[in-house]
Design a protein. Structure first.
Length: 156
């Protein structure tokens, strides 16, 4: 039996090879849901955002050039959410780990500028701290939903 991570590892290696020829690569993260509600007999599924639906959650990192050419998938988390009344891993950890993977990758392809991009869910201090702790080897951009307060009292 082949595990999905084995397939992803080979795919990631090919994506990184494509990135070597690029001066800038946007590394875009977001979450999506794979809905298997209408597929009978599937096991190991979790709840989706609609409690009546069942499937898997996935959080991929897509590599794209600024001109819009898809270089393919760099990384992904895939998991089945537990019922609401059970403890589950904090999903915001996926944003931080995604940046840390890019920070490590940036050191192996220094000729390519990596720009980490996520949506407003990634707008939190733990991600910013992770980037600072790694010395910002990959740029990061967060689409902010709110005009956040900065430490100096000004607004974002």
């Amino acid at each position: 039996m082949v595990d999905w991570r084995e397939i992803l590892d080979i795919h990631t290696q090919q994506t990184v090879m494509r990135m070597h020829d690029q001066p800038v690569v946007l590394c875009i993260q977001d979450a999506t849901e794979l809905d298997f509600t209408l597929q009978p007999g599937m096991v190991g599924l979790g709840r989706l955002s609609d409690e009546t639906q069942h499937g898997m959650s996935m959080h991929p990192t897509l590599a794209v050039t600024p001109a819009g050419t898809a270089l393919r998938v760099l990384d992904a988390w895939m998991w089945a959410r537990k019922p609401k009344n059970e403890f589950d891993v904090k999903e915001s950890a996926r944003w931080v780990e995604g940046y840390e993977i890019l920070a490590d990758l940036a050191e192996t392809i220094p000729e390519t500028r990596l720009v980490y991009a996520d949506d407003w869910e990634g707008n939190f201090l733990a991600l910013m701290d992770a980037a600072a702790q790694h010395g910002h080897p990959a740029d990061w951009r967060v689409r902010a939903q709110h005009n956040r307060h900065l430490p100096d009292g000004k607004k974002l």
